[in-house]
Design a protein around this ligand. Structure first.
Ligand SMILES: [Ca+2]
Ligand SMILES: [Ca+2]
Ligand SMILES: [Zn+2]
Length: 277
């Protein structure tokens, strides 16, 4: 299995600039978390700073270079279980039981944060394999916005999906980093192979919608520290065969159902702030 997706595709920043910003984003996230823990800032999400020119640019906001909100269950919030309601469209003849297995395995990574994805299933036959074409169909089905009562709308398909410029290596894609903040961007598409890999893809894409980037992942906090890689950039080294990384690692092969500290901060924060009670 190759890369999960290329959600960084199509952005206006150059790859070099993007890479330079990434460690800063992680440091900023950890700094915010430290400030929260120290009681220096309120736990509500920081509002955008008003300036003389109001830039409403959702494409850029969808980068969420710094987490809009972060959290630690029981520390920055009351620790209550957060249910993330996911409306799942099963493509074609995909079995509902296969989808249930995918959510059961993916939920293993969310449980330590006291988050549970609760899936509701509908069926529709989609046409084509291009992720843009599939997103259009998925959004059209619900009138462009997630229906009331749902936090996320997700397509699960047996098709080998592909993306312009990346090809068929794409196994899943989220519409937006932190997309759960927006009614019309909280959408994702995942391939649905049987076995743990299906859970990895779905758990990973939902992680993106909850504010997590690839560069929040590492190959250390998965419990197998033998690879000894502390922080992995998207272009960084791929662990050798048999090694593993946390769930936002961009390659679907070696991931485990574990989120590391930086991933968990963003995901719990977004769940607590944006998943509807
Ligand atoms: Ca594919
Ligand atoms: Ca590891
Ligand atoms: Zn990804």
């Amino acid at each position: 299995m190759g890369i999960l997706e290329g959600e960084d595709q199509g952005l206006t920043v150059s790859p070099e600039k993007g890479l330079m910003k990434r460690p800063l984003a992680l440091i900023a996230a950890l700094a915010v978390a430290a400030a929260l823990l120290a009681g220096l800032v309120p736990s509500s999400s920081p509002a955008a700073v008003a300036g003389p020119i109001s830039l409403i640019d959702e494409e850029i906001d969808c980068l969420e270079a710094v987490p809009e909100t972060v959290g630690i269950a029981g520390t920055t919030d009351n620790g209550a279980k957060v249910v993330v309601d996911v409306l799942v469209y099963l493509d074609g003849s995909l079995k509902e039981q296969d989808a249930k297995n995918i959510f059961t395995t993916a939920n293993r990574a969310y449980k330590p944060m006291n988050i549970e994805m609760k899936a509701t299933y509908r069926r529709h036959t989609f046409t084509g394999t291009d992720v843009g074409v599939l997103f259009d169909q998925l959004k059209d089905l619900v009138g462009g916005v997630r229906p009331k009562g749902f936090d996320i709308v997700k397509l699960l398909t047996r098709k080998d999906i592909e993306a312009a410029g990346i090809g068929k290596g794409v196994a899943g894609i989220a519409d937006c980093i932190g997309g759960i903040r927006f009614d019309h961007r909280s959408f994702a598409i995942s391939e649905a192979p049987r076995g743990d890999i299906g859970g990895v893809i779905t758990g990973h894409e939902v992680g993106h919608l909850m504010g997590a980037h690839h560069h929040y992942s590492n190959c250390y906090e998965d419990g197998d520290t033998s690879d000894g890689i502390l922080v992995v950039l998207p272009t960084g080294p791929v662990p050798t065969a048999g090694k593993s990384c946390t769930l936002m690692y961009p390659s679907a092969g070696p991931n485990k159902f574990v989120f590391g500290t930086a991933e968990s901060l963003a995901i719990r924060g977004h769940a607590n702030s944006f998943a509807r009670p």
